[in-house]
Design a protein around this ligand. Structure first.
Ligand SMILES: *Cc1c(COP(=O)(O)O)cnc(C)c1O
Length: 246
């Protein structure tokens, strides 16, 4: 019955172990429970077990869940959830979420960043974003190339008063062997540090805000933490397998 609670305890244990192995403080790593396709009842189970950070991939599902928390008495205890957008975001949908999420992980183009700046300005909010980096150079993946990401971070930080560039996100290749992604996590961590240095030369405040490295999913988050992840996005490991047939 308490499966989600048990899953969460297990994930937190892995986070602790990986941090210990890497000489890191577990407080540096935030677990983002990826709840896409999962019903509110299961989110509530995770919430009641102490989870506060939830990641969603689809704008409509995300906004519906936020509305449910606001309007449905059964879920009214969940007001302090930190909602994160982690899926590919179309420019015409930015306006629906820009003032509702704590962080957009999936900013994959300059045009999307410009749209976020515009919509955040209209709503008089500051949007926290991560730049999605296609660190393994996969054909099929969204995101900035490793070569573009540093310049993009600087350009967006300088040109967008309604955006705070918080860091980088990546989805490493799907693999059965998490060790095979270590090289990609290492590469993104290095790029992250280089970018932070470059931001510092522009403005110390840019570098200070640049503190989030979102990498690692159910299959590989232990390795991602060892290589410097500050946020891991775990779906299956918390909620079980997803069923897309419904
Ligand atoms: C679905 C998803 C996750 C979670 O994947 P699991 O393998 O279920 O942990 C993490 N990040 C992104 C971008 C996703 O789309």
């Amino acid at each position: 019955m308490d499966t989600i609670k048990e899953n969460l305890a297990q994930v937190h244990e892995v986070i602790e172990t990986s941090c210990k192995k890497a000489g890191r403080n577990p407080k540096e790593v935030t677990l983002l429970a990826v709840s896409k396709t999962k019903p509110m009842e299961l989110l509530k189970e995770a919430y009641d077990a102490g989870e506060r950070y939830f990641g969603e991939n689809y704008v409509q599902e995300l906004t519906e869940k936020i509305r449910t928390v606001e309007e449905d008495a059964a879920f009214s205890s969940m007001q302090d959830i930190s909602w994160h957008m982690i899926g590919h975001l179309q420019r015409n949908k930015v306006k629906y979420i820009v003032d509702k999420v704590a962080l957009i992980h999936s900013v994959d183009s300059m045009r999307l960043a410009e749209q976020i700046e515009q919509d955040a300005g209209k709503k008089a909010v500051t949007a926290n974003i991560l730049l999605e980096v296609n660190i393994a150079g996969e054909e099929s993946k969204w995101g900035f190339t490793a070569g573009e990401a540093l310049e993009a971070a600087i350009a967006i930080a300088k040109d967008s008063p309604h955006i705070t560039v918080k860091g980088f996100m990546t989805s490493a290749p799907y693999t059965e062997d998490p060790e095979s992604n270590r090289v990609h996590f290492k590469a993104l961590k290095r790029l992250f540090e280089e970018t932070k240095e470059a931001l510092k030369k522009q403005d110390a405040a840019y570098a200070e805000a640049f503190d989030t490295l979102s990498m690692g999913m159910t299959g590989d988050y232990a390795v991602a933490i060892e290589e410097g992840a500050t946020m891991v996005r775990v779906g299956t490991g918390v909620f079980g397998a997803r069923d897309y047939s419904k």
